[in-house]
Design a protein around this ligand. Sequence first.
Ligand code: MN
Length: 251
Amino acid sequence: MEKRTLSYFASDVHLGLNVKDAQARESRFVKFLKDIPAEETEALYLLGDIWDFWYEYRDVVPKGYVEVFSAISDLINAGVKVYFFPGNHDIWCYHYFESLGMIVVRDRYMVTTIGERTFCLAHGDGLGRGMLGYKFLRAVFHGRFFQVLMGLVHPRITFAIGHNWSRRSRLAKNYRYEFRGKDEPLYGWAQDFSRQAQIDYFIFGHYHCHADETLPSGARLMILNDWIDESPYFLFDRKSGMVGSFPKIEK
Ligand SMILES: [Mn+2]
């Protein structure tokens, strides 16, 4: 009997974002990683925007986050699979995360079976109808041409642009999103998807709010909140199913 039965899901820690207590947020994330019981855990899914701005060059990576990388590395060495889904803030990772042993998922979403349940996992940006301007930008940012061009720019400029962009983001202005349920394009996307494929759980980040809805198909759509004010994660146990969200969220 496999003794690793736990899977953890977290997203949108936005490490490096200078909002509220950034250092305390990083410490909370390190504590979360260290508290994962490695011998009982099969996987940790980091569903995007773990960094507020990540840009790596072929031979140069952003400094800092030593404890984060060390905690992730400890989990990997203890046999936990650590998946990293680049979000819209940390898409510019190339080889560094893989070199640490993380499994980087570059597809828009990943379908996987854990125990007897099927999961569809993604950061969640650019899924659903509309958002054509956004999808275009996303394709440009992910494209080779843009990446080669950016690689020629001095880090001081790249990071100035990145941090300026992040200061202007809605998050920095303490904007709170309300998930609009069935009016949300993502909701429609998940509903359509689960008509073609048997999915038990959709888990996404990106929206910076908590949501937990049952779709007409019967699938459960769960959205992870960000780490600005708390340290949210979902936990699935092969033995007992979806244990739910932590900290407990009142509906
Ligand atoms: Mn985010």
